[in-house]
Write a protein that binds this ligand. Structure first.
Ligand code: THG
Length: 287
């Protein structure tokens, strides 16, 4: 199963026989007061800087989310997408709960982006899947529906993934254009949350054969030593078949390269060694 996304000039392939694809999470005002304030003022300079820094840190795709209370996302999301397309050449993952904002961004996008996201909620299926078809995009399907996110019930999350795939295919959206997100919730509220996500991912991959994404950093909200927990959980997820995590590239890329090598996805360890040499060189030239 190969999922292809693109910018105007670059193509990224997502699949089990490919190296892990990093979707950079940092263009997102959640927990970032300065970015939230800048977005409210219509200032996209921080967005531009985050885009450049994340690609320098090894992000293969960038998630773009400008959702702050009080912001006009229909106007701002396409502007943010344009600024990011100007600053970097990687494909984008357009992240909004607002269908009008998604469509406005799809109108200006050049290439084949990821729409983040559709869910199993009836209103979402009816509103988002036709956009995915019309604009020929890839789409992330979230394992939640009108009853919310199934807690401690991996089978229910798999059932939602099955429904999203069936509804997409009924509209002529091919299965390779669907990335399923089994959803990571914080371990701070439920110590079984990680295991539930892992079991759902294994079953979705075995039954539906689709590629998997995950906002993996959610696992550590509210807990100490977030980076440690994120790194360990992410490594376990990669072994369970996660293909394109949404993470902070600067923090997670070394562990992802190590996991890819350990899992036989890095021939002769070339990517692992190249990244190590680049870090040595950067450290030697640092002031
Ligand atoms: N699934 C899908 N899309 C998603 C999510 C998901 N998009 C948004 C989110 N979840 C993934 N992105 C983030 C972005 C930031 C953080 C976590 C997930 C984060 N931010 C720090 C905080 O809030 O404390 C602030 C970071 C900083 O200041 O450096 O943790 O699950 N499909």
């Amino acid at each position: 199963m190969k999922t292809t996304v693109s910018s105007a000039t670059k193509t990224v392939i997502i699949g089990d026989d490919q190296p892990t694809v990093i979707i950079g999470e940092r263009i997102n005002p959640t927990g970032k007061k300065k970015l939230a304030a800048a977005l409210l003022a219509g200032d996209l300079e921080m967005v531009r800087q985050e885009a450049i820094q994340q690609v320098a840190a090894g992000a293969d795709i960038l998630d773009v989310n400008v959702g702050v209370a009080g912001v006009d996302e229909v106007a701002l999301l396409p502007e943010a997408v344009k600024i990011v397309m100007e600053a970097v050449d990687v494909p984008l993952c357009i992240d909004s709960a607002n269908p009008e904002a998604l469509e406005a961004a799809l109108e200006v996008y050049q290439g084949k982006p990821i729409v983040n996201s559709v869910s199993g909620e009836e209103a979402s299926l009816q509103r988002i899947l036709p956009l995915v078809k019309k604009y020929n995009t890839v789409v992330i399907g979230l394992c939640m529906d009108d009853d919310g996110i199934p807690q401690n019930d991996p089978e229910k999350r798999v059932a939602i993934a099955r429904k999203i795939v069936a509804r997409a295919e009924a509209l002529g959206i091919p299965r390779e254009d669907i990335l399923i997100d089994c959803l990571a919730l914080t371990l701070g509220a439920n110590d079984q949350a990680g295991l539930v996500t892992l079991q759902a991912m294994r079953q979705v991959k075995a039954e539906l054969g689709v590629n998997l994404t995950l906002g993996a950093s959610n696992i550590s909200f509210g807990l100490p030593e977030r980076e440690l927990l994120n790194t360990v959980f992410l490594s376990i997820c990669l072994a369970a078949g996660l293909n394109c995590p949404i993470v902070d590239a600067a923090k997670m890329r070394p562990a992802i390269l190590a996991a890819d090598l350990a899992l036989g996805r890095d021939s002769y360890g070339r990517r692992y060694i190249r990244a190590y040499r680049a870090r040595l060189k950067a450290a030697a030239s640092a002031p």
